[in-house]
Design a protein around this ligand. Sequence first.
Ligand code: SF4
Length: 216
Amino acid sequence: MRLEDLYKLLFDLYGPQGWWPVDEEYHKQKGTDKREEIIIGAILTQNTSWKNVERALENLKRYGELSLRFVRYTDMDKLKELIRPSGFYNQKAKRLKDVASFLDPTDKVQSVSREELLKVPGIGKETADAILLYAGNRLNFVIDKYTQRFMRRFMNIDGNYDSLKKFFEESLPKDIEIYKEFHALIDEHAKRYCKSTPLCGECPLKRLCFSAGPSF
Ligand code: SF4
């Protein structure tokens, strides 16, 4: 199956996911930059669920400000306290401060190279690609553990981060909306059906899946 067809299939199943979610109203009222919410969220989501990230973002909105300027200049202990719900808060507070000073001004996210971004402490490939794609609107496909698991099972492609990224980027049309949606759609499918213990019997893709045995 062509990747583009898989994308259309998932899109028909789950509809637009609208990633990355941002609080447009908040930024309108505060005059803050929604790209900064994406950058902050991309750090906070490391090794935790999105629910926990939302709690940390809510704290920043309520007791601080959802901006890189706030993250950069606020007291370290206060920042740790606010982002505590996202877990690993000592590490993440330091990472947030590093990325906030690196991406100043925020427009730098439109021009910084992936290699430069990867040199910022705590920014791995997935975080860098998420920042470039969703905050920078730049064609960088994001791979995560869900994508790796799903591609291994569904298409029998057992790739590492780099080989899968290359595969997606070489196979898909150069369309930023497809990049954004496809990543989110795969995650949605993985969370609903292609879990660590897959729910193949109920999976809408079972007839097309390499791993779904005859019993499914
Ligand atoms: S049939 Fe099973 S392994 Fe295949 S995509 Fe669905 S849940 Fe995943």
